[in-house]
Write a protein that binds this ligand. Structure first.
Ligand code: HEC
Length: 116
């Protein structure tokens, strides 16, 4: 009885987490799109976060700075910005899959334009 109740309480969260994971995984950007995203991050994001993404007007977007941050938070900040700060929303230019890919690359060490 107690187990059933616990499952009922946990189920909604579990299901939505799986749905988000699932749609993120299947919608991974194509290689061509990834090249566009590398350019966007290096040039547009770099204008505030620094050419090496080590910080400027915006904070560093290096693996060291972002490794411990939940991916969801990075994706959400990228798509919707931070109201009241210079961090703009990018959801008119970037899809959720784009933002997820960017967040994953930032945590891993963002590729150079030449490397793509
Ligand atoms: C106009 C300047 C500007 C541009 C362009 C910009 N950002 Fe930001 N960004 C900021 C600022 C300022 C903050 C810090 C906001 C705050 O004080 O909470 C920030 C915060 C962030 C954070 C949160 C970092 C953390 O440690 O929580 C992420 C992730 C981020 N930006 C990603 C991006 C990405 C990806 C792009 C390009 C698609 C981008 N930003 C473009 C100014 C900018």
């Amino acid at each position: 009885m107690r187990i059933v109740l616990l499952m009922a309480l946990l189920a909604p969260n579990t299901v939505s987490a799986q749905t988000v994971e699932g749609s993120w995984t299947t919608a991974s950007p194509t290689r061509e799109r990834q090249q566009v995203l590398v350019r966007v991050v290096r040039q547009d994001c770099g204008s505030c976060h620094g050419m090496r993404l080590t910080g400027g007007l915006g904070p560093p977007l290096t693996p060291r700075a972002l490794n411990e941050r939940p991916l969801e938070a990075l994706v959400s900040t990228t798509l919707y910005g931070r109201p009241g700060t210079p961090m703009p929303a990018w959801n008119t230019l970037l899809s959720t899959a784009d933002a997820l890919w960017i967040a994953q690359q930032l945590q891993a060490g963002f590729p150079d334009e030449a490397a793509r």
